[in-house]
Structures are given as C-alpha cells and as structure tokens.
Write a protein that binds this ligand. Sequence first.
Ligand code: CA
Length: 291
Amino acid sequence: MLEYAHKTHPGCTHDHNEDSLGCDGDAGLWLVADGMGGHAAGEVASRIAVETIFERCALGDELLEATRQAHVAIVAHADNNEAQKGMGTTAVALRVDDRRGEVVWVGDSRAYLLRDGKLTPLTRDHSFMQLMIDRQHLTEEQARSHPRRNVVTQVLGFNEPQPDRVETVLQDGDLVMLCSDGLYDELEDAQMLEIIQAGGSLQAQAGRLVDAACDHGGRDNISVILVRYSNQDADTLQRVAGVAPGAKPAAQEVPDEHSQRRGFLPDPAFWGIVAALVVFILFLLLKGGAV
Ligand code: CA
C-alpha cells in the first residue's frame, strides 16, 4: 500500500511559486519540478514538465523517456513564445510498480529515502556545487553556504539534458521524499529526519517540513512530497488497527463470546430458576393455608 502527502509554498521572499507538483497514487507516479526563467516562464516550464511526464507515462512511456519528452515539449513551447525563451525546469520523479521504486531526475531537485531511521539521498545533483565536491574543491559543508550553490548544470529546456535514473526495491515502512532546493537549502538532513520522525500524519510531516524551511529563511519556493510504502494492503492494516492496544474496535466487529454473555437479556437458565422459585413459594403458601 502507498500513502502520500504533498505541500508547496512560495517561501518568504518570493510572491509567486515556480515549483509544480504532480501526484497520482493510482498511477504510482509523483513529481516535483522547480522552474526558472523570467516573466512567469518558470512556472510554465515546471507545469509543462509535470503534464508531459504524466501524459507520456499514461501512454506507456518509460519514466526516462517521458522525462526526455518533457524537455522536447518545453523547448517547443519556448520556441513559439518569445517572452518565455530561456525557461527551464528541474524535475525529480518517483514511479512505483509493486515493490519497484524508480527515480528519474534532472537538475538539483532531490529524492531521499528514509529507511531504518536513516535519511539517504537517492539522487545526485546536476549542479555546479556537486561538480566542485566531486573534484574535491569544496566540502559539502562549504557548498551549503556557497553563493553559487543554486547553479544547475542540467535542466529540462536547455541544451541536451541527460536524465539520471536509480532504482530501489522498496521495503515495508520505507518513505521516499521528493523536494525542491527550497527545502534542503534551509534544512540539514538531520533536521529533516528529526521533523519526519516526530510522527503524526504524512500531511502533518509535510506541513512541518515546509514550516521549518520558512522559519529558517524560506529564501526560495519550497516543495515536498512524501510517499510511504507498506507491504500490507489497506484491509490488513485496518484489521491490525482494530486489535491494536488502545485502538477502538471496528464498527462491524462481531461481539465475542464474552461480550455476548455480558448482554442484557438473561439466558434460559435464569428463567428456569425463577419458575422454580415461583413454584416453591406457591407450595409454601398452599401448605400454610392448609394448616
Ligand atoms: Ca528553487
């Protein structure tokens, strides 16, 4: 079974939101896209990415090919709209089929996997900072505060992006988080982990992540999608919940033998005793009258 929650917010310093999200539990497909470009072109690019990837996957494309087609669609749109030339978008998508989880991405929007209490990145940014880290010119800590930390080396809509892909076999209790840089730029991995592990509903967790990023500055649009995998189906979970300590019994639950015995209507043995007492009292009265 898959549960999911999502939230997006313009942040504290932007009056509009260029991030776009896509969520479809039936299709097993989730997507965060972080658009860029002037004259509101960023949100157009990110929306085209979401629409194209969902459409192409529904038509049978693999996620990697659907992402390539999103690039083609954004370029075509920009070619026909002079004001939106130069627009582009990152994209990170999760597709789940049974236990197979596939992540495809372009740019610096990320996917993380929370498993066994550890939050691990599934993606590797297509960014200037990642290049500098790979070449050991910067540490990850230095990159976090670098003035060029938001420079991406690949986006949909520019040149010829090469989407990357990673696959994982999902385990019971796994949680995959998709997010734009507006979230992880403000919060370190340990902070995100702590917020998720504080519990509550998935929607509450998504809300707390966005709120915390706002509290830490909210310098960019902030988007997050949380997808939790369970290898139990919904019916099984409901049955487990029905017998869990402190859980309310299910409405349709058949009363057990004990509760039936505690019912209001007395059983036949009770009426037998009453009848015997009445006979005995009558006997005493008749006997007394005879004396
Ligand atoms: Ca961003």
